[in-house]
Design a binder for this molecule. Structure first.
Ligand code: N01
Length: 538
């Protein structure tokens, strides 16, 4: 669909929403219900965002199906039936498509169109938005739903362009899939994506070389078909279930319990029993075993050592087990959930290559060189993650007041107020932006909360005769300091993680997400109740 096919008033929109993942789709819906003239732009040819692009083998959400879904429509949450404990990529994408149909979203979305630039016109008080298809539209509000993990990070390896085999990134997987049969495959990266893809690729490939820079903690997901009675029980009180989840720090897993007791005050037998029982349940419930493992290094060591012992039990070759042993605090990088990840290294066709000491030297036409050896490969899979949280925003030329670019304003790291607003960029909202819980909580819960807040804010402006809203520099500076203070009370900043931007060479080191969903929601509500305190309304 091009601009000409859309409604005649399309040049004077109330809002443009960039990105049609779960945040953008719900934003489009709410904006329409609020009576706004709104257009969504999406680079892909369908809705789904992350779940549209991440079609790699084994791709599956690490939040349970019954929780990783919209709550805004009682009818929707009752009629959609999940089939497994954790939803696979194909099922989540089907769900996103179903939502798009059910709420007739596609008529206001322009697909296969990437927004390339947005400039705030101070005289008109509107955003001029441009796309790679030549569209130029004007909107009062610009809402960025571009995702936290959308901008792929491919290592700059000398000679990669001369490699004669195929090169893939997990976050840009070909729609038609990849046939690894008879292939010598190299996977670079052992984060959540690599840990999910490696066991599946290993079953198909002739030889699989896993290039590991940092070993990671992983908990068994224990995925299984979803019990019909369990699904019905949740649906019998879905709103209550959602409300209880929203009270937990990550807005997930209320059923499995978040223990607040200290591991340090627990006797050894009880400690082991608690860890073991949660390990057997599988998933993030392990993180909730004790209240102090994410804040106290001594407490953390008990959980980390428990998992290290499990890795030793699973991996037959003690040398390989030692190479797979994570050395950081558990949970300071996003914990992975797996299905047979460590067991995969017992297969004769799987070879672990430690690149922690000797980085990848170069690529050749035949493969990858490291540790003074050339590994001959037919294809390379980069599971090397993302320029997280800021990458997809900064790839667009966004210019606010005085033509200042967001890239310049954020050169020392992102500065937002509540993760929602940016000083100097009036009427621009970010969904799940840096400074909000986003990736540290159930993403769908986070985006719903942001969309509801943004919609109510726009309605407030309209009802009170305001044309613009802009975060003050003071409020944003205080907010950044607050996020750092909260993160500083946890072990998160102790790892070289993408939360800190540490995975992308040259990226400023700033802890970007805010731990603690319930306190964040209370703050957002308070700001709104005080007439949008910390923002200037004009
Ligand atoms: O990316 P990552 P991801 N040379 O950044 C390595 C979500 N997610 O796509 O740790 C060699 O975590 C890097 O090494 P190091 C989830 O929030 C969820 O796996 O930086 N290696 C690391 O091993 C997750 O956290 C799900 O030393 C290089 C890996 O590549 C987030 O997405 C599934 C390298 C990247 O790990 C990102 O996960 C998938 C280099 N130059 C993703 N550069 C589920 O819901 C990077 N690496 C289950």
């Amino acid at each position: 669909m091009s601009t000409e096919d859309l409604a005649p008033d399309a040049q004077s929109l109330d809002a443009v929403v960039v990105g049609m993942g779960f945040g953008g789709m719900y934003m489009l819906h709410r904006a329409r219900v609020a009576g706004l003239r709104v257009r969504g732009y999406e680079a892909g040819d369908d809705v789904g965002g992350t779940w549209y692009w991440n079609r790699y083998p084994g791709a599956r959400c690490d939040v349970e199906s019954l929780e990783y879904s919209y709550s805004f429509s009682e009818e929707l949450q009752q009629e959609w039936e999940w089939t497994e404990r954790y939803p696979g990529q194909a099922e989540i994408l089907s769900y996103a498509r179903y939502v798009a149909e059910r709420f007739d979203l596609r008529r206001d979305i322009q697909f296969e169109t990437r927004v390339t630039a947005a400039r705030f016109d101070e005289v008109a008080g509107r955003w001029d938005v441009r796309t790679d298809r030549g569209d130029e539209v004007s909107a009062q509000f610009l809402i960025m739903a571009t995702g936290c993990l959308s901008s792929t990070n491919v290592p700059d390896i000398e000679g990669l362009d001369r490699f004669e085999g195929a090169v893939y990134h997990t976050g840009r997987w070909p729609k038609e899939g990849v046939d690894f049969r008879g292939q010598r495959v190299g996977v670079v990266g052992t984060g959540s994506s690599g840990i999910q893809a490696i066991p599946v690729i290993a079953e198909e490939a002739e030889e699989l070389y896993v290039f590991q820079r940092t070993p990671q903690f992983s908990i068994p997901a224990r995925n299984a078909p979803l019990d019909a009675a369990e699904q019905a029980a949740v649906k019998a009180d879905y709103q209550g279930f959602r409300a209880r989840n929203r009270q937990t720090p990550g807005a997930i897993g209320s059923r499995l319990g978040w223990n607040t007791a200290s591991v340090l005050e627990c006797d050894p037998e009880e400690r082991e029993r608690e860890f073991e029982s949660r390990w057997n349940i599988g998933g993030f419930t392990f993180v909730g075993a004790f209240g102090d493992t994410s804040t106290n290094p001594d407490a953390n060591k008990f959980a980390a050592d428990f998992v290290r012992d499990k890795i030793r039990e699973k991996v037959h070759d003690p040398k390989v087990a030692e190479m797979l042993m994570p050395k950081t605090h558990i949970g300071c990088k996003r914990i992975c959930l797996d299905t047979n990840y460590f067991e995969t290294f017992n297969r004769p066709n799987v070879h672990l290559v430690d690149i922690s000491e000797a980085p990848m030297e170069r690529a050749t036409p035949r493969g990858l060189c490291t540790n003074g050896r050339e590994y001959e490969l037919d294809c390379i899979v980069f599971a090397t993650g993302y320029d997280a949280m800021t990458g997809s925003l900064l790839r667009i030329d966004i210019r606010g007041r005085g033509d200042q670019s967001l890239g310049d304003v954020w050169s020392a790291g992102p500065v937002t107020y509540l993760g929602l607003g940016i000083p100097g960029f009036p009427n621009l909202f970010v969904i799940a932006g840096p400074g909000s819980p986003s990736v540290l909580a159930n993403m769908i819960v986070c985006v719903e909360q942001h969309v509801d807040w943004i919609t109510e804010c726009v309605e407030y402006l309209r009802d009170h005769g305001y044309r613009s809203i802009e975060a003050t520099p003071e409020a944003a500076d205080q907010w950044v300091a607050y996020v750092n203070q909260v993160a500083g009370g946890t072990l998160y900043p102790t790892c070289n993680s993408w939360y800190l931007g540490a995975n992308v060479p040259g990226k400023p080191r700033v802890f970007m997400p805010l731990p603690g969903f319930p306190a964040y929601v209370a703050k957002c509500d308070e700001v709104a109740a005080k007439g949008y305190e910390g923002f200037v309304l004009a």
